[in-house]
Write a protein that binds this ligand. Structure first.
Ligand code: GDP
Ligand code: IMO
Ligand code: MG
Length: 451
């Protein structure tokens, strides 16, 4: 059992990229299990900032095998652009493995994402317009194009023809749009195939073998628990399973392969896109959180909605993911406030809910019940020991721990690797400043290999 999972405990953008990068140091393999390039994971190494959309954050370490699992939907154009971008910055993508069973995002998926949002009008979801929903819909409809189809032009063409017959009929007849051409897509995707072919593998077997050999595997989540297709705030969700179940279906390992499940949660809450958000602060408080936390979407640049921490939702995330611990991020952002509110229940028509209400209407209309805690105001962005936090900040963390029922194993106080409070002895490498990137003179840690 050497598997560790990092997943989002809120509505995405919790800082999974930073935490994955931090933990990847002592891993041998890092695998993404869900989502597509709707994700945007930021990693700051020294003066370098990386924004990764499809690529697992482990790519920044040369000793790591990086896997894009079968649960991910891949836009090959975006993936290749990301690989080129990384390679131009000196980062090798030679260790990237792509699941042969992952599904492809096709040009018509982007068109249908746009159409879907337009036709919903004011009820739209606020998707990232990356074709994610339509790609997963085709997968469930058994109409999807898979990565392995890239390896056989005849099969790819035959499947594409069947798919486009249906898609083009809807596009032209129902929406008056131009049809897609089989030949154009075929030419485009066969060019991608040539470049991606060396990376395509049975990644379930690869991960299995790594675990069997006692190597350490990290499963990197995208999105967050409340965006989960089943467990999130449906229909204002994404179309995959960012919760723990997605690890198993999205990579092909089993529950006994997992030892630790870390939920990443901000010390407050943000959300991009539409949908209910009981603790949202559409006022100066939310503006301050947004400004201090630089809350703009990594993928779309949209302003993130901000609000107080919601312990009902955090407890829910602990429960549905069976979390073993929490990584609490952006605690530094709360230094702006004299008093800090935390939601501990909802009230609706005289009834108090301590759990996520079973009916969406209640969740939409409920009034959050807050506890108010003391703030600290001090700059905590350089604190590296929990004991050195101001007393009020320590109390806040303890409050979260107590409420969630699992330990806060990491506290993040800034975007950089060094701005983290962790049990140092757990880490192979001191958290000194500076990129841990591909270099000619790089010596991999014990057990690692150079490519
Ligand atoms: P992800 O999608 O969960 O990986 O999160 P994003 O990268 O989309 O958004 C998190 C943002 O917060 C990024 O810009 C990070 O650099 C930044 N960040 C992460 N942790 C901290 C922290 O503790 N404090 C501050 N101020 N910023 C942080
Ligand atoms: P990371 O991995 C935040 C949101 C979108 C929209 C909804 C559906 O960076 O945390 P989609 O394009 O998936 O069909 O959009 O889901 N969403 C995210 N919000 N972080 C993300 O990823 C997200 N991925 C999707 O804003 O509300
Ligand atoms: Mg993000």
């Amino acid at each position: 059992m050497a598997g560790t999972v990092i997943l989002g405990a809120q509505w995405g953008d919790e800082g999974k990229g930073k935490i994955t990068d931090l933990m990847a140091d002592r891993m041998d393999l890092v695998a993404r299990f869900a989502g597509g390039n709707n994700a945007g994971h930021t990693v700051v190494c020294g003066d370098d900032e990386f924004k990764l959309h499809l690529m697992p954050c482990g790519i920044l370490y040369p000793h790591i095998t990086t896997v894009i699992g079968n649960g991910v939907v891949i836009n090959p154009r975006v993936l290749l652009e990301e690989m080129d971008g990384l390679q131009s910055r000196g980062i090798s993508c030679a260790n990237l493995k792509i699941s042969c069973n992952a599904h492809l995002v096709m040009p018509y998926h982007l068109a249908f994402d746009q159409i879907g949002e337009q036709s919903l009008g004011s009820a739209k979801l606020g998707t990232t317009h990356r074709g994610i929903g339509p790609a997963y819909a085709d997968k469930a409809d058994r109409m999807g194009m898979r990565v392995q189809d890239l390896l056989d032009e005849k099969i790819f063409k035959a499947k594409l023809e069947v798919s486009l017959e249906r898609k083009n009929a809807v596009l032209t007849k129902a929406f008056g749009q131009d049809p897609f051409s089989v030949e154009e897509i075929l030419t485009e995707y066969m060019a991608y195939a040539e470049r991606l072919a060396p990376h395509i593998e049975d990644t379930s077997l690869l991960i299995h073998d790594a675990l069997r050999d006692g190597r350490k595997v990290l499963f990197e989540g995208a999105q967050g628990t409340l965006l989960d297709l089943d467990h999130g705030t449906y229909p204002f969700v994404t179309s995959s399973s960012p919760t723990i179940g997605g690890v198993f279906t999205g990579t092909g390992v089993g529950p006994r392969d997992i030892e630790k499940i870390i939920g990443v949660a901000k010390a407050y809450v943000t959300r991009v896109g539409y949908g209910p958000f009981p603790t949202e602060q559409e006022n100066e408080i939310g503006e301050t959180m947004g400004a201090r936390g630089v809350e703009f979407g990594t993928t779309t640049g949209r302003k993130r909605r901000c609000g107080w921490l919601d312990m009902v939702l955090l407890r829910y995330a602990v429960r549905v993911n069976s979390l073993t611990g929490i990584a609490l991020t952006k605690l530094d952002v709360l230094s702006a406030f004299d008093r800090i509110k935390v939601c501990v229940g909802y009230s609706f028509q005289g009834k108090i809910f301590h759990e996520l209400p079973p009916h969406q209407t209640i969740f939409h209309k409920c009034e959050p019940q807050y506890l108010e805690l003391a703030g600290w105001n001090d700059d905590i962005s350089e604190v590296t020991e929990r004991d050195d936090l101001p007393e009020a900040a320590r109390r806040y963390v303890e409050f979260v721990e107590q409420g969630a029922g699992v330990p806060v194993e990491m506290i993040s106080v800034g975007p950089k690797r060094t701005q983290t409070i962790i049990k140092r002895e757990e880490y192979r490498r001191p958290l000194e400043e500076g990129p841990y990137l591909y270099r000619e003179d790089f010596e991999p840690p014990a057990g690692g290999v150079r490519d």
